[in-house]
Structure formats: structure tokens, C-alpha cells
Design a protein around this ligand. Sequence first.
Ligand SMILES: [Zn+2]
Length: 394
Amino acid sequence: MLRKFTSDWIHDGKEGFVSDHCIILDDSGVVAGFRKLDENERRECVYYPGMLVPGLINAHCHLELSHLRGKFESGTGLIAFLKSVVAYRETDPEDVLRAISDADSEMQRQGIVAVGDISNKVDTLETKRRSPIHYHTFVEAFDFLQEGLADNMFEQYRTVYDGFEGMPRSLVPHAPYSVSQRLFAMIRDFGTGASGIQSIHNQESPDEDQLFLTGGGAYRRFWESFGFSMENFQASGNDAVACITGQMDPGQRLLCVHNTCMDSDQIKRMVEWNPEVRFVSCPNANLFIENRLPDYRTFVDRNARMALGTDSLSSNWRLSILSEMQTVLRYNSWLSLEEVLKWACHHGAVALKLENELGSFEQGKKPGVNWIRDVRMDKGRLHLGSLAQVVPVS
Ligand SMILES: [Zn+2]
């Protein structure tokens, strides 16, 4: 049996808002039609006051860190944050697994249908197997910038990668400041397998460029404080973006995550190097850790393609893409809800190579349907109200 939905406004996920439309789903949730309503059809539709949007895409999460919710101080800066992550004692494995499962449920309630999830371990495996959410696992390798550890660390993470066999997965480098040239090369040679997607944390703090430009700064002291020698590290004299473009494969789609300190020239170089780059922003985590946000105008001016992520519960208050959109819009009222919803839907789906299934109301796709209550029209633009909530309705 077909089910029909209508609302005051429907965002198709890709192009923008329409009114007087209906979404028609078949039994299995596949879009059988998305079209203008005629008056007879209106009576057959379930009406949701407010707005309907496709299932939301969380392009960057660390599900396995969910037990760290509420454990760390906000606003400390990245280095202090990383130190608290490292210093945190192991939690009871059952608590870790329960927190992972709870976080997955939270994302389902928040209307999230696909997640790009960073994993350093296999703790999330069972939850991912059971969940209706589509997970792409990025097994993330790093070697503390120590060439001598590269082989061992590569083997360790390849074992984790093997653990996710049968699921969408990639083996990826963590960040320019934590991966030696040797490990970068090993990951590049290993390739992205069937997925064709890679990911890296990028431009999280100003210290990142400083390390590569001068060899000094907070990251050097950070690694030395753990007893690692930085004697063999050679500063290239170029910024950290040049480290990525010099060592990763430009022929694969790349999720560049955070980009908090990315300037216009760096965006231009990155896109010229790899037109398949997607910039994933995690605004709540940026505020939690660094107390700053990327300059979104620079990205929009450069026509850069954006997606949204929540990062982990160690650096966020919740796992909600609606909340990430609210944060972007609160500090950037020049941006429209219409535009940011494209980041949260279609562009996120493209980032994870799921655009044929998710992210927009188009015939044959199975994007899921979310109802957002409390929206208002102001000066010709739709806005989220302060009580806006997502309710998955399909
Ligand atoms: Zn992250």
C-alpha cells in the first residue's frame, strides 16, 4: 500500500523548499512519487504541520567514544582536549558497549539515517550490524608521527579494518600531525578498496600549520610530552594542507573534517588538487573544543561542498544534525535554513557515496522522512523555531 505525506513545507534535500507537494512511499519506504498535490489527493495524505525533510546524514562521528559523554571540560583547546582523551582511564567494556548502543538509538531518534564513523577499535561492530542506520566505518590509523612505529601501527589498524569485513569501510589516516610520511604512504598503497572514500581530520587548530611550517609549536611539545622524539621530523616549510595534498590520493573522494582554521587559499588548493573533496563541519564540537567556528562564508564563496557531522559525545552534548544546523545558523544568520539542509541531506549522502539511495526525495530512493516541528516564515525565509525538533515518521 502507498503512504502519502504532506506538510506546509517540504525540503527535497537537494534543491530546496516546495509547498503543496506530497511524498508517496511504497511499503518498503521507497519513494514512489514526489509531486504537486491536487485537491483530491490532499485528503489521502497524512498532514504534518511544519516541515518534512529527508533522513539526515551525520558525515563524521566517533561512536566508540560515546562513553566519554560529559567527561571532559569544554573550551580548553585541542591539545588539552587530546591530553584528557589520552589520560582517561579505560572504562568497563560493558559500559562502553552500552554507551555505543545508546548513541546509535539517539541518532535514530534524531532522524539520522547514515553515519561516517571513525573507528580505532572494533567496539562498534555489533551495534553497527544491528542498526538500521547505514554506517561507513573509517578505520583511522596514526603512529604519533613516528616513522619507526609506522609498520606496527599499520598492522594494528589493518586488523581492525579486517574486523569490519562485509561492511562499508576504509582505512584512513587520522591527521597530518599524527601520521608519519611512511604511514601515509602505506595507507595510500593499501587503497580504499571498494568504497573509494577516504577521510582525514584537517585544520583543527592553528598549531597544525605551525608544526609543518616551523617544526615547532604545541604539537611538537605534545608528542615530546609522551616521550616521543621529534628529532627525525623535518618541517616541510609548507602548511599542513600541503602535507595532505602531497601524500593522499587525489583520485578518491575525500572527507576533510573540521576545517576550523582553513583559509580561502587553502580551500582553493584543496579543491584544485581533488575536486571530489567534501568539507565536513562539526560546529558543536568546534565550539566545545576550540570555542570557534570555521569561516563558513569563505567556503560558500569558494563554492566548496559542505556536509555536517556531530563528532563524538566526548566533544559534543548530543548527536543531532538538527542541533548542528541550529548552531551554524545561530552564528551565521546570512546563511539560509534552505542551504544548510542541503549540507545535512544530499551533500552528506554524496560525501558517503550514498546519493543513489539517500539524501533526497527522488523516485526510487529510500531516504527516510523526518518531520520538523516549530518552523516560522520571516522576511520571506523559513527559520527553525527555538523548540524545533526532529521526529522520524518513516
Ligand atoms: Zn573526529
